[in-house]
Write a protein that binds this ligand. Structure first.
Ligand SMILES: Nc1nc2c(ncn2[C@@H]2O[C@H](COP(=O)(O)OP(=O)(O)OP(=O)(O)O)[C@@H](O)[C@H]2O)c(=O)[nH]1
Ligand SMILES: [Mg+2]
Length: 259
């Protein structure tokens, strides 16, 4: 009889008892188990130009509240949120601050290179981003819709390149959802806006999106476009905004293999 044959059963038995011990210790420590699994929640980057509604969206999905005065100036650093859903599932969000924050570039490096995400929510607002002052200046910020749309393309050019290089490097598929938010401000143009942001529509945004898709390759990047709204005030449980939130959450669960 070969030596390995005699050794194998011992190894197998040892393996079983270690696994058994691990299971016992997990079931004996409720909140530790929660913590253990939370580390493995899919990680999602929330990107988009300043004032577009990223913090508000991440807060809504994670049932978190950011103090009102914050809305005036925007985020200065990367924000982290966790959403836990039923049966121990959930998502970890990292919100990359908009272009008026000095920390933006390092935040982009973190989510797309150093600790790459599984999915991206790229937030756009069809020219309805809240204009914000450049850090360090005073007076009110003003910008026309055209200027905001142009800024949005500039922002998207940078972010889409980052997503492309991450998707190429990554060994597994990445998903991208373009979240067209603030639809409460343009209720009659929702379809038109969704078309503007959709692949192949010929808009300046879509041209960059098509470029991203051809760089990344269809198999490594999936793209969705969904409308959304989170008007100020408490979270509404009914109405179009509540339905749009539910649809976005359902799609995220699907993309993350939760259902
Ligand atoms: N009407 C309406 N207002 C919104 C919506 N989403 C966000 N806002 C408002 O738009 C402003 C900007 O939202 P934020 O979430 O702070 O934007 P941000 O993308 O995090 O901006 P930065 O932190 O500067 O990058 C805030 O006053 C929000 O209350 C929406 O769906 N509808
Ligand atoms: Mg913010």
């Amino acid at each position: 009889m070969s030596r390995s044959r005699r050794i194998n059963p011992t190894t197998a038995a040892l393996g079983t008892s270690v696994a058994g011990g691990l299971l016992t210790s997990l079931s004996g420590a409720g909140h530790h188990v929660g913590h253990f699994f939370r580390g493995r929640f899919p990680s999602i980057a929330v990107t988009g130009m300043t004032g577009v509604g990223k913090t508000r969206l991440a807060d809504r999905i994670s049932r978190h509240t950011t103090p009102e005065e914050h809305a005036e100036v925007g985020s200065a650093t990367m924000e982290r949120r966790t959403r836990t859903t039923r049966r121990g599932r959930g998502f970890r969000f990292r919100v990359v601050p908009g272009d008026n924050a000095a920390t933006r570039l390092s935040a982009l490096d973190e989510v797309f290179h150093d600790d790459p995400v599984d999915g991206v929510l790229h937030v756009v607002a069809y020219g309805h981003a809240t204009p914000r002052r450049v850090a360090g200046t005073s007076g009110s910020a003003r910008a026309s819709r055209e200027e905001l749309m142009a800024q949005e393309i500039e922002d998207w050019t940078i972010t889409s390149h980052r997503i492309a290089s991450m998707a190429v490097r990554r060994g597994r598929p990445v998903w991208l959802t373009i979240v067209v938010t603030k639809t409460d401000l343009f209720p009659d143009q929702i379809e038109e806006a969704v078309r503007y942001y959709s692949p192949g529509s010929g808009s300046p945004f879509a041209e960059k999106l098509d470029e991203l898709r051809s760089l990344a390759g269809g198999a490594s990047l999936s793209v969705d476009v969904l409308p959304m709204c989170s008007p100020d005030g408490p979270i509404q449980r009914k109405g179009r905004c509540a339905e749009q939130l539910a649809a976005l959450e359902a799609r995220m669960a699907q993309l993350s293999g939760h259902v």
